[in-house]
Design a protein. Sequence first.
Length: 366
Amino acid sequence: MKFKISRENFLKPLQQVAGVVERRQTLPILSNILLKLDDQQLSLTGTDLEVEMVALTEVVGSESGEITVPARKLLDICRELPDNADIEVSLNEQRLEIRAGRFKSHLSTLPAMDFPVVDKSETQQSATVDSQSLKQLLELTGFAMAQQDVRYFLNGMLIEHGEGYLRSVATDGHRLAMNSLPLDKGQASLGQVIVPRKGVLELQRLLAEFEENVNISIGSSHLCLQAGGYRLTTKLIDGRFPDYERVIPRNGDKTILANKQDLRRALNRTAILSNEKFRGIRVQFTSGLIQLTANNPEQEDAEESVPVEYTGPDLEIGFNVGYLLDVLNVVRSDEVRITVFDENSSALLEDPASENALYVIMPMKL
């Protein structure tokens, strides 16, 4: 293997691929990335056995071949090289030699034949989606994914592709986020799949680099995103996602319209003196006001009232203040609509400017 490439053309795909590689691995080769040179095209592959990223870039190659090298060390070397540096890479006696100007280094390698490949079952369907719309869809939903829940199917995001829409749903059992993206009705439905948390985060990271349309394909055990010279493949979670439609409260008869920024700032101030473990806060709805109250075991307390549009009866509900703030941080418009039924029912939070976004938060006993 022998090729030349500019630092700029090498660094960008290297950063994307190395991002998939976990720092602590049980198998030494999983700390490496696979370099494969075929004529004038270099492919870089990184994986953690759950997510695989492949990047293609053009090089000036003279000897084809393949080898694996430590991802972090190669990335760190490239980062520290001067801008506009030309890099010469060659494989000598199973060590990868890197030259750039007066700099020279040798990296250890492991055989390419030992590098694992994420199993890609036969693709069943594919769809084309605007990259920035898909990125926004994942961002507006991802915060509600569970982390290390024994209900493993909650440690990810439901992606549902139906006729005319792409929907994302996430829940940790205490809250739920659902957002939809309208699509052309001509595309065949891909159905429902559960993408693991790591896969969702890597999809967001990759989508941040693109402005144009991307292609999503789904097989029986994987989801694949292709964008430019990149291909991200993630395994799917084999499980049954809860029926999210049953969780959404449709019987709320008390509607409150609040300024998002005013409510968020008041919640942030009041939350400082909430119980650090349970993060509970009392929210009292009265005519024209939301009254917020928090206290903690140190006998400290805080309260604040926020003017809102509400004319119904008085009602007090306990919430996890972190869950409320997470929703307010992603709502795009200047106002938020809150719909409730009673103190024991979940609250429905919506973006008044978007019919495609809704959030559900369960109450807390305080």
